[in-house]
Design a protein around this ligand. Structure first.
Ligand code: GSH
Length: 204
């Protein structure tokens, strides 16, 4: 299995999961601006839409789009099964979370990485939207269990961590949401998250 990634980007969720599971995999860094990978190959042949993540499977097929990549990993990697006979809705709760993270929380951060020179009015609108979306996440975070889907770390936690950790890069404080802040710190302290940050060149 090979993960095409960009340091710190949303592809880091799959990278964390691969390290959590302790399986063998390869990494190939992508320069999305240049449209090439670290081998010099064109990335367009892997993902014609040019963004990360892309996961090349053992049979050579390539899976793209975070929701699909993460759901697939949860069903393939040891310890992340989302099919649970005692909780028949669990798979759909996971998809519900992954969809919220992808289409709402992730997109709340997207303007900050777009490179566009927004007007002050536009910046204020983006900040309001981001605040609202983080507040929605904070409300989703369970009060009685440590992770989004209960007692066990899941693919949704990996993706939520990666997105919320971007707050450190854009200077947005999570102080207004102490439970969310503590949740991000808890996941950051996991050995697999630390290993991933080091492998992507984001931690010493
Ligand atoms: N719809 C895609 C969007 C993925 C996406 O936004 N990828 C970003 C990084 S988080 C990317 O590669 N952007 C291009 C760039 O950074 O140049 C998905 O959900 O997987």
């Amino acid at each position: 299995m090979k993960l095409f990634y960009k340091p710190g980007a949303c592809s880091m969720a799959a990278h964390i999961l691969l390290n959590e599971a302790g399986v063998d995999y390869q990494l190939e860094k992508v320069d999305t601006d240049a449209g090439t990978t670290e081998t010099g190959a064109s990335y367009g042949t892997t993902n014609p839409r040019g963004y990360v993540p892309a996961l090349q499977l053992e049979n050579g097929e390539v899976l793209t789009e975070n929701v699909a990549v993460l759901q697939w990993l949860s069903e393939q990697l040891p310890g992340f099964a989302s099919n649970d006979n005692s909780a028949p809705l669990k798979k759909y709760r996971q998809l519900e979370l992954l969809s919220f993270l992808s289409s709402e929380l992730h997109k709340g951060f997207s303007p900050y990485f777009s490179g566009v020179a927004f007007s002050e009015e536009e910046k204020a609108a983006h900040a309001t939207k981001l605040n609202d979306t983080i507040a929605q996440f904070d409300a989703i975070l369970p009060k009685e269990s440590p992770f989004l889907l209960g007692e066990t770390f899941s693919v949704a936690d990996a993706y939520a961590f990666v997105i919320l950790n971007w707050s450190n890069f854009i200077g947005v404080s999570l102080e207004a949401w102490p439970r969310t802040k503590a949740y991000v710190e808890k996941i950051a302290a996991r050995p697999a998250a630390q290993q991933t940050l080091r492998e992507e060149g984001l931690a010493a």
